[in-house]
Design a protein around this ligand. Sequence first.
Ligand SMILES: C[S@@+](CC[C@H](N)C(=O)[O-])C[C@H]1O[C@@H](n2cnc3c(N)ncnc32)[C@H](O)[C@@H]1O
Length: 279
Amino acid sequence: MEFKHVSVLLEECINGLEIKTNGIYVDGTMGGAGHSIEIAKRLGEGGRLIGIDQDLNAINASKERLQEFNNVTFVRNNFSNIKDILSELKIDGVDGILLDLGVSSHQLDVPERGFSYMHDAPLDMRMNRDSSFSAWDVVNGYSKLELERIIREYGEEKWASRIAEFIVAERSKSNINTTYELVNIIKAAIPASARREGPHPAKRTFQAIRIEVNREIELLEKAVNDCLDKLNKGGRLCIITFHSLEDRIVKNVYKQRENPCTCPPSFLCVCVTKKVILR
Ligand SMILES: C[S@@+](CC[C@H](N)C(=O)[O-])C[C@H]1O[C@@H](n2cnc3c(N)ncnc32)[C@H](O)[C@@H]1O
C-alpha cells in the first residue's frame, strides 16, 4: 500500500528549524518523510540529515522518497534513544531536531496494523513490530484499574470506568482478539445517548491503548531533555504535539530548561527559548 501522510505544520517547522546548509539535523519521526524531504532539500555541502523511525514501513517509504539525496542516514530506532543513536554515528551535537509525535495516517490506513477502529483486524497497534507487547496484551492482560487509568488519562474518556468494566467482563468469557470485538464492547459500555454525539465512540479508547502500547507518554519527558542536551549552541528543537498530555510534558520541560537558568556556573548554559504555535 502506498505510504500516505499529509504533513502538518510543514512550513512552520521548516522555518522554526532555521536550517543552515551545512548543519546536522534529526527528524526523529520520519513517517512518510514529508518534513524530511523539505529539510534534505535545504542542505548543501557538509549538511546531513539523520532520519529516525521505529516503524520499518516508514523507514522503507522514506528511503524511497529520499533516494536522490546522498546525505541522509536512516535509523530504525526509537527517538528516545537519541543519545545512543548519535553517539553510534559519532555525532556530538546537532543543529536541529524535529519530533512530529503520534501515529501516521499510513499506520491508521493499513488494516492489519490494528490501529484503527474502522477496520477489523487483530489487536496490534505496535509501531515497532519487533516489540513483543501489543494491544492484545493491554486489553487481555491489564487489570480493570490499569485499563481505567490509561483510558481516562491517555484517552480523556469520561466513560473509562464502564469501558474497563465491560472489557474485563467480556474477556472473562473468552479473549478479546480483534479491533471490531473491542469496538463492540466499547459501544455497549457507552450509553446510547452519549454515543450519538461527538467522535466515534471507540476513538478515545483506541488512542489510549495505542499510547500505552508504544509508551508514547512514558518516554517523552526524558526524550525531550535528551534532545535538548544534544543541540549545538543556537540549535532548534521543533515538536508537534497532538495530545494535551504530550503538550504539557513538552512545555514543562521547556519551562524547566528555560527559566530561571539553573545551569551551574561551571557548565555550558543550554537554556532554551520556546515558541508555541497553536492550531
Ligand atoms: C505523525 S507521523 C510523522 C509524519 C512525518 N513527519 C511526515 O511528514 O511524513 C509519526 C511517525 O513517527 C513514528 N514514531 C512515533 N513515535 C516514535 C518514537 N518514539 N520513535 C521513533 N519513531 C516514532 C511513527 O512510527 C510514525 O511513522
